[in-house]
Design a protein around this ligand. Structure first.
Ligand SMILES: [Zn+2]
Length: 203
């Protein structure tokens, strides 16, 4: 059985961590119950999954943060959205729908009076066209900025957070049951490159 488990981890393309191995861990735990620690193969499977998760879980690089503080005394929905946009760290562009010339003139005026830190790139066109949204872009982001890269980053960050949460749950579980202290877990991290390669585990 242990040889089978070792095979899982040296052929990750055949035994996908997310689709095959991790979903198997919980039902196996239910099946083994308190006998889980008599089953060396299961402990190895558990640690192997945890280690594989940790190996691939790389924190996304820091992104430029685009918080540009501003304020508006007006509490209308449009002005509130503009202030929120300025405070959003990961958004530099906004298409704000605001049908009607009066509504647009009000927002354009609000942006000027409050010296909000962005430009509206289609003022004239939007005023003439009832349903054209206002295109806002933060000051300093007019060139060389790709909102898609920010959206991709958000996805990576979400994936990272999800993986870290699984890792923390798995660490807590095994630490509690095996009486391991966190220092030991950390030392296992350090040798993570080798610890599920063939031959590493011997009884
Ligand atoms: Zn307003």
């Amino acid at each position: 059985m242990e040889a089978v488990v070792a095979h899982f981890f040296v052929t990750p393309k055949l035994y996908d961590l997310d689709k095959t191995l991790l979903p198997a861990v919980e039902p196996l735990l239910g099946y083994l119950g308190s006998r889980f620690d008599e089953k060396t193969w299961f402990v190895k499977l558990y640690w192997g999954c945890l280690d594989a998760l940790e190996s691939r879980c790389v924190k996304p690089p820091q992104l430029d943060v685009w918080v540009l503080p501003t304020a508006s005394a007006c509490g209308c929905g449009g002005c509130k959205q503009l202030v929120q946009f300025c405070m959003d760290p990961f958004r530099v562009e906004l298409q704000l729908p605001c049908p009607g010339r009066d509504a647009k003139e009000h927002l354009i005026d609000s942006v000027r009076r409050n010296q909000m830190p962005f430009v509206i790139s289609n003022e004239e066109g939007a005023l003439e066209n009832e349903y054209e949204p206002l295109f806002c872009i933060k000051t300093g982001a007019e060139e060389d900025f790709d909102q898609r890269s920010v959206d991709r980053h958000s996805k990576l960050q979400e994936e990272y957070d999800r993986n870290m949460s699984t890792i923390e749950d798995m660490r807590a579980w095994i630490a509690e049951r095996c009486g391991l202290v966190s220092a030991l877990i950390d030392s296992l991290d350090e040798e993570q490159d080798s610890w599920y390669t063939p031959g590493y585990w011997t009884d």
